[in-house]
Design a protein around this ligand. Structure first.
Ligand code: AMP
Length: 136
């Protein structure tokens, strides 16, 4: 598998690097949903969070924390969304695992994440939790 983020990880395609270590690379997202929007990727290919090995997963999230705190320090972000789309139905467009670090400034209401809560009074949440837990 050799996708665009594999090429960025190897340095074959340029990126605006924010952080790098043996396992991960963090670079600015070309789309800049908000100022400082950064992606963290593992250097070893995986399609998304669902198939990433645990070692790399840990390093990706450690780097995500570093980047998030740096965005707060650098640009005065007041919050941050850390998210990862897995598979097409969830909006994934580049099929190399990446975590979006999207700094929030309190005035970026145009970024609508669109979570809408349902009335769960008719749902058996306890049974659902048990069903899921059986598959972990
Ligand atoms: P997703 O839709 O979650 O798969 O996100 C893919 C992200 O990659 C989008 O936000 C794009 O703006 C970003 N992107 C695609 N190509 C590049 C690139 N060459 N350098 C930086 N960001 C990129």
């Amino acid at each position: 598998m050799d996708d665009i983020f594999c090429k960025i990880a190897r340095g074959d395609i340029p990126s605006c690097k924010v952080y790098e270590d043996e396992y991960v690379l963090a670079f600015l997202d070309l789309g800049q949903v908000t100022k400082g929007h950064t992606l963290v990727i593992p250097k070893k290919h995986s399609t998304n969070i669902l198939d990433c090995d645990e070692e790399y997963l840990g390093h990706v999230f450690k780097a995500a924390q570093k980047v998030a705190n740096a965005l707060i320090k650098t640009y005065g972000a007041t919050g941050v969304n850390i998210l990862s789309n897995a598979n097409e139905s969830a909006g994934q467009s580049v099929f190399h695992f990446h975590v979006h670090i999207i700094p929030r400034y309190g005035n970026d209401e145009y970024l609508e994440l669109g979570f809408k809560e349902h009335d769960t009074s008719n749902m058996d949440l306890k049974a659902m939790a048990e069903e899921i837990a059986k598959n972990i």
